[in-house]
Design a protein around this ligand. Structure first.
Ligand code: ASP
Length: 326
């Protein structure tokens, strides 16, 4: 009879083996010499967001405060059309926001389909800290935000309104395949000087989505997952594919089983490639950070990048892409 212990050891080896067979032991994960603090986040808007997070981290603040204040920068920046105020609306012209946050203790908060509020990430944090729940949605989330002092604002800018009207006039259909209208959620992971990891994820979702659509970004385990003993991961891209494979939970579990962050991200992309027939038409980008401060990334199609900030590094890195590696 196989004892439980040896079964766990064997299954762990099997999973690690599966990840390493194609990728080998040499990983692209940056060792970072265990230097903390560190913050990483998705896409070019990660650079200014990391700077805001760094203000907290460099003073010895908590990573939870860092990941909240970091992503508030793109949320308030109307030039960024995929997050917060100024985001692309849904097919009816309404800007609806999704966000979630998680800390090293496994506490989590989330809002979905939130309208009229510039900072969904801060509402998600309050859901985590002030309620017995994890997720509030739609009108209930808005009511909760207003009751907690958030102000109602117009999120649809004149530019986005004009673009939406043009989109409607052209009678174009929604597509969640890769195109410039569709992506760039910000997801952020940070470890503070005390070694505590937190993550945040916030988005206006797929441009011109069906009214009522909620993506992966506010779903714990899909758009974001953090385990204080292991590390964290965030996702960007076609949320439906991430949700069907519970992508960031998978990345963290693979790291738990011994994979480096980049190999774990690659395995999670390969899971999508195995399970979802038309995956090539989509973009998914994962970034991951383990509690030693090693980070990694992987994506389906070339073009996904992420921002890194440490004591001696402020830079963008391109993620390796599965369709280039094939
Ligand atoms: N994942 C987001 C969503 O599906 C969009 C993105 O990250 O590009 O709503």
């Amino acid at each position: 009879m196989v004892s439980r212990r040896s079964f766990i050891a064997k299954s762990t080896l099997a999973v690690v083996g599966a990840g390493l067979s194609k990728s080998g032991f040499s990983t692209n994960s940056i060792q970072n010499n265990n230097k903390l603090p560190i913050v990483i986040s998705t896409w070019n808007h990660g650079l200014p967001a990391n700077e805001a997070a760094w203000k907290v981290l460099s003073k010895g603040g908590h990573s939870l405060d860092a990941v909240e204040s970091g992503v508030r920068i793109p949320e308030a920046d109307t030039k960024i059309i995929t997050v917060g105020k100024g985001g692309i609306p849904d097919a009816d012209g309404n800007v609806t926001l999704d966000a979630c946050i998680m800390d090293e203790k496994g506490r989590a908060g989330s809002v979905t389909y939130l309208q009229h509020i510039v900072h969904p990430i801060s509402v998600a944090r309050l859901v985590m800290e002030k309620t017995p729940h994890v997720m509030l949605s739609g009108k209930g989330a808005l009511k909760f935000a207003l009751n907690n002092g958030f102000k109602k604002e117009k999120l649809l800018t004149p530019e986005r309104k004009a673009a939406w009207k043009k989109w409607k006039k052209e009678k174009r259909k929604f597509s969640n395949e890769i195109n410039i209208e569709n992506h760039d959620t910000i997801g952020m992971l940070a470890i503070d000087k005390a070694g505590r990891i937190s993550g945040s994820c916030t988005t206006s979702g797929m441009g011109y989505k069906l009214p009522g659509r909620v993506g992966d970004s506010p779903i714990i385990g899909a758009g974001l997952f953090v385990d204080g003993e292991i590390g964290g991961a965030v996702a960007t891209g076609s949320g439906e594919l991430v949700m069907k494979t519970l992508g960031t939970f998978l990345v963290v579990e693979l790291m738990r089983n011994g994979m480096s962050p980049d190999v774990a991200c690659e395995e999670a992309v390969k899971r999508i490639a195995r399970k979802i027939p038309d995956y090539e038409k989509h973009q998914i980008g994962y970034i991951a950070l383990n509690i030693s401060g090693e980070y990694g990334s992987f994506c389906i199609n070339p073009g996904f990048n992420f921002a890194i900030k440490t004591d001696d590094k402020t830079e963008m890195e391109d993620a390796e892409a599965w369709l280039k590696k094939l």
